[in-house]
Design a protein. Structure first.
Length: 256
């Protein structure tokens, strides 16, 4: 087999070392950080790849999880196949593998199904797995401001979200009453729970007097996630808006 027909990408990560490795294959670049030994191989000789059901697994922190992997349909006549995992148990029925875990609490785990084909090459698929945690709490406040507000002034709202993961799937919406003022998302790619703060500028008006400001944090996990996305809202923050003229009141004396 010539180099054009057979390309191999082999990556090992030992312990908790961080390894970034790339080769001159089209669109192939791998970057991992895991406390486990992995082997990732790309072969053009693979005519099929293991299939996970469901294809994507989204699990709430602490919940049980399970997935099925059909290793292959026709290309694995040998006896070398299996499922690599960091936690949980694996059972098998022929070339079908079953992975189960009673309580998923480890972040960034790696589940890979593989087999060796007739050419002796290893063909692999990796489970698209997301572990999530709804916000523990959400609060709203004004930045560097307390007390009354004045019309035609700009104020900064701050929404603080505690202990949420993955934060890149979080959408925060600011409200005044039932009116949405803006939607914000995080740029962080951290998978473990974090605290995140979002800010939004707003201009006050006389009509805002008595209105209530609040924010909502929603984890949007896609079609494979829960039917009702996890949503946590803050307390209501009442606004007392005074007219600009009340800020600079002058005492006027009249002579009669």
């Amino acid at each position: 087999m010539t180099p054009a027909e057979h390309h191999v990408l082999l990556l090992h990560i030992f312990g908790c070392f961080f390894v970034a490795f790339s080769v001159s294959l089209p669109c192939v670049r791998l970057r991992f950080r895991q406390c486990i030994t992995y082997q990732v191989i790309y072969y053009r000789s693979c005519t099929e790849y293991p299939v996970f059901t469901p294809s994507a697994l989204i699990v709430k922190y602490g919940d049980p999880a399970n997935v099925t992997c059909v290793v292959c349909q026709k290309d694995c006549r040998g006896d070398v196949f299996g499922l690599e995992k960091a936690v949980g148990e694996v059972t098998e029925n022929g070339t079908t593998m079953f992975w189960t875990v009673d309580r998923l609490t480890e972040w960034g785990i790696f589940v890979m199904c593989y087999y060796n084909n007739d050419a002796g090459d290893q063909c692999t698929s990796t489970l698209d797995l997301t572990l999530y945690q709804p916000p523990e709490s959400v609060s709203i406040s004004f930045v560097n401001h307390t007390g009354m507000m004045f019309e035609e002034q700009q104020y900064t709202l701050q929404c603080s979200v505690q202990n949420v993961a993955p934060v890149q799937n979080l959408t925060v919406t600011f409200y005044r009453g039932n009116t949405a003022l803006g939607h914000l998302q995080s740029n962080s790619e951290e998978k473990k729970p974090v605290n995140e703060t979002f800010t939004l500028n707003t201009n006050s008006s006389r009509e805002d007097d008595g209105a209530q400001y609040w924010c909502e944090a929603k984890l949007e996990l896609g079609p494979a996630g829960p039917q009702r996305p996890p949503v946590v809202t803050s307390e209501k923050l009442p606004a007392i808006v005074h007219c600009e003229s009340e800020r600079n009141k002058d005492v006027l004396f009249l002579r009669v």
